[in-house]
Design a protein around this ligand. Sequence first.
Ligand SMILES: *Cc1c(COP(=O)(O)O)cnc(C)c1O
Length: 456
Amino acid sequence: MNCHLDRRKFLSAMTLASAGVTLGGPAFAYLPSENKKPALLGGPKAHPGQFPSWPVAGRSDEQGLVDVLRSKKWGRLSGNSVATFENKFKELTGAKHCLGVSSGTNALYTSLGVLDIGPGDEVIIPVYTFIATYNVVVLNYALPRFVDTDLESFQIDATKIEQAISRNTRLIMPVHIGGSPADMDTVMEIAGRHDIPVIEDACQAHLAEWKGQKVGTIGMAGAFSFQSSKNLNSGEGGAVLSNDDAFARNAFNFQNQSRGTDSDSSTYRSTRGSNLRMTEFQGNLLTTQMDMLSSQARTRSLNATYLTELLREIPGIYPAKMYPGVTESAYHLYMFRYDKREFADMPRSRFLQALAAEGVPCSGGYRSMNKEDYVQRLAKNRHYLKLYGEKAMQEWVETTSCPQNDLLCEQAVWFTQSMLLGTKNDMEQIAQALVKIRNHAGELAKSGSPEKGDKK
Ligand SMILES: *Cc1c(COP(=O)(O)O)cnc(C)c1O
């Protein structure tokens, strides 16, 4: 089980397997679970152990939180833990300014507030993203314009941004989904030509790089999340990075009730503001957690790169492609496409069931956002009807179609970032699970009841 597989032997064994070579030959000595039954049909699990648990907490985290508690300075206006975090994240990313806020959603919300995005404005977003990207647009009564997905990379299809631009477009908000950078050269080129600002939703992309530059520092600003599942975590939390002095100043003011940092903090700086401040507890926990971030990122990246080498050999499994400009992915998610035609037409729901049974936690990822009732109902929202008119909202619903994304949402499979903190052996067992499922795809497909499985 914990025998370390030589990569070349492993790959050649998998190639043989995929070529339909009779099982049980000498090459398969390296694939202990290869010729066994899938776990779902009563065989042993390909991954019998545990993946690392998340989050990881140690003594320094504990001490830091106790220190804040005892200081009796629990808010950023009285303490300096948030400021310490901001300086450290700034250094790590190379950004000129960093502002800690209460969540990733509020990091985006602050950015839209600074740009004064409001009713009548249009904001371009990818359709393949977490709902928060959409929510911050409609919270401002602006109109979200979805751009279809690049099936190969899972990212916004940057070549389709230009056709989504209208005279009302005020912002382009690419997302580095899964922690892999979107095609930022194309995004910035189009945005520059139309003189439209770019805010990067980097909520999944801590320390990811585009051509050696950290994402979140390429556009006017970048938003990060420190919610529990994210690669840097304080339960809840967020940050805005920017290299623009005025933007950074206005961002601070916005999340501080439109009040500034200086002694004259009773003066209001703008016409709108809120309290979106980060607490000292969050700031302190992020500072200690950040000590592990770079080494964790390296582990994820090495494991993910290795897993991709292994999975590439399996027909019907297509790991998300990276653009040539990507010099580092954060691997918040490990994403691949599953083509059921290579798996005896086994529905994805059955495939996910079989994989989970092997001891490999997995999910099918996002559903088509533009087709969610929640999103479609916007066309009936009384404020939107008043602001944009019935005809415009009807058109909006009709133009939200994203066919590539619909395909992707049927094929996607995700692993979470914490699985990538495991060992090489974990990666090999994931690959073994997939090979085993493929070799028994016919039986698995026949024995399943996908209708029931899909509903649950
Ligand atoms: C997590 C996330 C957010 C929101 O962050 P929260 O901290 O949960 O508010 C926004 N966008 C994307 C792409 C995310 O993954």
